[in-house]
Write a new protein. Sequence first.
Length: 431
Amino acid sequence: MTETIIEIDHVRKAYKKSASKELLVLEDISFSLKKGEIVALLGKSGSGKSTLLRILAGLVPPTSGRVTYRGKQIRGPVPGVAMVFQSFALMPWLTVLENVELGLEAQGVGRDERRTRAIEAIDIIGLDGFESAYPRELSGGMCQRVGFARALVVHPDVLLMDEPFSALDVLTAENLKSDLLELWRDKKTNTNAMLLVTHNIEEAVALADRIIILGSDPGFIRADLRLDTLPSRDLDVPECREFVDRIYKLMTTGVGGKTKHAERARQIGLGYRLPDVDPSELSGLIETMTSFESKKIDLPELADEITIHIDDLFPILETLEVLGFAQVLEGDIHLTSLGKQFSEADLQERKHIFAKQLVATIPLASHIRRVLDEKVRHRVSEERFLTKLEDFLSEKEADRVLRTMIDWGRYAELFAYDFNSGMLSLEDPGL
């Protein structure tokens, strides 16, 4: 039987908003990380991937449930676990060597051993010769290599990675992924398991032995997939492409086979987390879709056509569905009759259609418009709506949702907004 290193048992995470309210981030998460495997956590923004990673590292406690490392419950930072972050998080006043030594210094390792191990880690990760360089002298890819060296130098049993390649250009990221896999396969480190948070489906398929797909609001496990039946990890191989298609279908289909559109019809309320999408992105994707010959468009094909990451594509798809412009089913997307009408309309008609759909489908839009209509001067401070949103969302998320709603409302000419005063109105303050 394969040795279990980390066990997650019915983990739930919620943050207190007030004495009687909480923000639920993760719900009933259970899975294990075993020796000799790379596991990818895949999910869209808001699914709690990074929160879960920090719980596994002992940086954040779960609200309920149990997390164990080699049979012992985690109650704080775990000595056998190291993490690589999305941002390089290097100390700019320290050299590469000194940055890599930081973790060892915190563990109380002596200077001579510290230096020997740091130089070895720098050599393994391919930065030999840059020991005395400062972060400002390095490229983004080299800075992230320093991040990997800093994690590996402590000889971690488990390596946790929070989107470590997302801040890099494509070629640099591919190079670093290849080098990391080579280190893993050649057993050049003491690491026995790796867990990678990513939003990139192709990246997960190329790197992982298992892919755990998280749903969102709150985060929960949608699927736990093994990839050991694939003949290779070459994404041009038909079996790999079929696996990628399968994941797209899973991420665009609700629990029990229901479409995500049907799920959202029940979920959308005043506190609905509006996708962070610009109206121009919606128009651009609709126009791109009209250029395809087929009415039903394969999502991986669409993503390739517009060269966009999953974290950027899914919010646009969700917005198109919510507004009734498109429908996503089993990994394919097609425009509705309203979406086709929108694509053929001029700018003013598009604004009219957009405004009508906002009021009809987004409770926050209809609430703002109703409040403005009822006021004698048709003017209301944004604070009123922020306070209302904070009944459902964190302060930061409430602000993001209102900013998005203001952008959508201004584009649709549903209402106006004065940045200086923070007032929403039915009259444009610039006129």
